[in-house]
Design a protein around this ligand. Structure first.
Ligand code: CA
Length: 233
């Protein structure tokens, strides 16, 4: 079997790096290990990885700066792995260009699932699959050509903003989306923090219309203090 994708691990703690490397290795996957930020940037250039796992606590560079620098030219999915997480740090990492984050300690199964999501998004982007893709699961169906939404076979009427919000969440399904990203993509332009309330209000509307129990969301999940995640399974 040939190598289908490459994962770059940027982590200064050798035992963690070895643990991740061993846990993620398959015949389809090439793993590259970098022990600091400088090596991380070098290997990102050299190996053109599909996924980059970044520990924010690196000895030589600030993790956020590293993400920004890599993001400038690299399309790899960036997943942050870090021990100490404050909500504002998560948001800053995501806004700097990271695609997802995991707080240590985390299970290898969860990491693998996040990587699969990241790879799926990447292969879609590579194939140029249109973002007008129809979404369908057991109970929810979104036809983005007719812009109709069905819940258990019944038409759900969404306002244009609600519809836009839903399609953005679907576009990033499985990935965390920050309040800032939603503001920029749904409302456009540079909106101040006052506008974050909009996201909460419209998300509540959407849940009332789409969630079987809006108080216990199953598909539009809150990532506390960070944003939301559209979950499909
Ligand atoms: Ca570290």
């Amino acid at each position: 079997m040939s190598v289908k994708y490459t994962i770059l691990i940027i982590e200064d703690e050798k035992p963690v790096r070895k643990f991740l490397s061993a846990g993620l290795h398959t015949e389809e996957c090439k793993i590259v290990e970098a022990a600091d930020g400088k090596e991380g940037i070098l290997f990102a250039t050299q190996y053109m990885p599909d996924v980059i796992l970044v520990d924010l606590g690196l000895p030589d560079v600030d993790g956020l700066d590293l993400i920004k620098r890599i993001r400038e030219w690299c399309k790899a999915a960036i997943i942050v792995i870090s021990a100490r997480w404050k909500e504002n740090e998560k948001v800053a990492a995501l806004d700097a260009g990271a695609d997802d984050y995991l707080t240590k300690p985390f299970g290898m199964q969860e990491l693998s699932a996040r990587i699969r999501v990241a790879l799926r998004h990447r292969s879609r982007a590579k194939e140029g699959e249109p973002e007008t893709l129809l979404f369908e699961n057991d109970f929810l169906k979104v036809d983005q050509v007719s812009r109709m939404v069905f819940l258990n076979g019944e038409v759900v009427h969404l306002t244009p903003i609600e519809y836009k919000l839903l399609t953005i969440m679907i576009k990033y399904s499985g990935k965390v989306v920050t309040h800032r990203q939603l503001l920029n993509e749904v409302w456009g332009g540079e909106k101040g923090d006052d506008f974050k309330q909009y996201v909460r209000v419209y998300m509540a509307h959407l849940r009332r219309k789409l969630e079987p129990d809006p108080a216990c969301p199953k598909i539009l999940i809150t990532e506390a203090g960070v944003g939301y995640r559209f979950v499909t399974d």
